[in-house]
Design a protein around this ligand. Structure first.
Ligand SMILES: [Fe+2]
Length: 509
């Protein structure tokens, strides 16, 4: 891709500037705040969608049980937190401004710190005292024009610890560097600025789900909806860009995650197709679910982004993959939480923002197999009867052969009262063995991750660490489980003296 093309390749979110809704069409927007408050007073399980109560948090958790002596480090997390500005409330869970959390764990105890990411958008809106910019699925009254994706970057999806730095990640713009200790926002980080000789412009989208090989090599992608291009990144362990490239993708969809093997980058492209944005559509509304079309599967040579193939699967939606590996014969295997459609995002996460609970749909854990000799693909369900999401792995086997996945789950026949996933599971893809801990119905678990025991064999001993919202006590909690005795329940529970909004992804350092 030539420089000129890239300079015009502004992610579609920026295109919202040209299709701002008229103020009149937002009459009643404020009622989302009123409706949500009324619903929350009736249903305390909505607490996780309440706007954050302060811009900064610091506390020492009260700990029940025993923190394992060898478990020492920090769980960094991110997620949408500021859902309301004045009387305005966002109309989608993913629109809220990001807050970075740090749970510092040692045998002595667990402390917590939370800080809003001081993005340009966050600061400009603080200054203005009102919501200024369109989000993924909400446009505030009298919106300000958008001139670049990073102007509306809310840095609210995930965290990336890499080459001694910490970044807050969004999906359509650049990473924001965060101070590892204070969690104060340092500055926006343009990886492409460091590329030097690549000749590419800065500000290319950098998705929230980079994949990191055990040696620190980082791979990522981004999507440019208005010009129909997928961007791919190859960054070395010291944070230097080795390669950036782009592939034409028509129609464009909303890919959220991908996987990496020894030789390839692989992503599913569901038929949730970007269409031209109209005067009344948000970026999310500009996508159309077309289930009569196939889900394209893009397989890219990781050493030469110009070499790629598209395969096809039936229409389906995938937010997250666990991992992938490729054997010596050229067969790729990977797993994902597969949903029949993107209804959770297009419907449930809208409705919940005004306090309406809708069935979040079903996602089933699947395994996929691509034979790169015959260029064929197949898929099979691994875990029927359970919903699954937020798959996580032992980071030491990332992009390599693996068999264990930690995930949130729920039994379809035995759902929770709050309607969210209610259990954490460790699943062996090879044997089918499933070990599960079900949370009480008054607690909503968030993503749980696998933290290996130092010097242990891969995917063997370690801990499963995750946060959860206890909406009955009004407290965010962190639990530590022995990964090999998950169903025995937590070894330690740390309780914070406050409730945080439900977040998305984290990493342990
Ligand atoms: Fe995600």
């Amino acid at each position: 891709m030539r420089r000129r093309q890239l300079l015009t390749a502004i992610p579609a979110i920026a295109a919202t500037s040209s299709l701002l809704k008229t103020p009149g069409s937002y009459a009643g927007t404020d009622s989302w705040k009123t409706q949500f408050a009324a619903a929350l007073s009736e249903d305390p399980s909505l607490l996780g969608f309440r706007s954050v109560s302060a811009p900064a948090f610091d506390s020492q958790a009260s700990v029940e049980g025993k923190i394992p002596a060898e478990l020492s480090g920090t769980l960094f997390r991110n997620g949408p937190a500021r859902h309301e500005i004045g009387e305005f409330r966002y109309q989608h869970w993913f629109d809220g401004d990001g807050m970075i959390q740090a749970f510092r764990i040692s045998a002595d105890g667990i402390s917590h710190r939370g800080r809003m990411v001081a993005t340009r958008k966050y600061l400009a809106e603080l200054d203005a005292g009102r919501a200024l910019y369109p989000g993924l699925a909400t446009v505030p009254p009298n919106p300000a024009p958008v001139t670049s994706p990073d102007q509306v970057n809310v840095a609210n999806i995930s965290v990336l610890p890499h080459h001694g730095k910490l970044y807050a990640l969004w999906e359509a713009g650049s990473p924001w560097e965060i101070d590892l200790d204070t969690l104060e926002t340092v500055e926006i980080h343009k990886f492409a600025d460091a590329a030097g000789k690549t000749g590419l412009t800065a500000g290319l989208p950098f998705s929230a789900h980079p994949r990191i090989e055990p040696d620190g090599t980082l791979w990522n992608f981004g999507y440019l909806s208005t010009v129909g291009k997928l961007v791919f990144w190859h960054i070395d362990s010291s944070g230097v860009v080795k390669n950036v490239g782009a592939i034409d993708c028509d129609p464009m969809t909303m890919p959220h995650d991908f996987v990496v093997t020894a030789k390839h980058l692989v992503m599913l492209l569901p038929p949730f197709n970007f269409t031209a944005m109209s005067q009344t559509s948000t970026f999310l509304d500009a996508h159309q679910w077309q289930p009569e079309q196939a889900t394209r599967v893009l397989v890219v040579d990781k050493n030469d982004f110009s070499q790629y193939r598209f395969l096809e699967l039936p229409a389906q939606w995938v937010f997250h993959y666990g991992n992938a590996w490729e054997d010596e014969t050229g067969v790729i295997r990977f797993d994902a939480a597969r949903a029949p459609d993107p209804l959770t995002m297009t419907d449930s996460f809208h409705a919940v923002m005004k306090g309406v609970r809708r069935d979040s749909g079903h996602s089933t854990h699947y395994q996929y197999r691509i034979d790169t000799r015959s260029w064929t693909i197949s898929e099979q369900p691994l875990l029927t009867g359970f919903n699954s999401e937020f798959p996580a792995i032992d980071p030491r086997v990332s992009c390599n052969r693996y068999s264990q996945v930690v995930m949130l789950s729920s039994e379809r026949d035995n759902p929770s009262r709050h309607g969210m996933l209610n259990a954490v599971s460790r699943f062996n893809l090879g044997t089918g063995q499933l070990d599960t801990f079900r949370y009480p119905d008054t607690i909503i678990p968030e993503e749980h991750i696998f933290v290996p025991k130092p010097d242990s064999a891969y995917e063997s001993a370690g801990w499963i660490v995750g946060t959860a919202l206890n909406y009955r006590s009004g407290s965010t909690e962190l639990r530590i489980f022995d990964a090999n005795k998950l169903s025995d329940g937590p070894q330690a529970i740390a309780r914070l003296p406050y409730a945080l909004p439900l977040g998305l992804h984290g990493k342990f350092v």
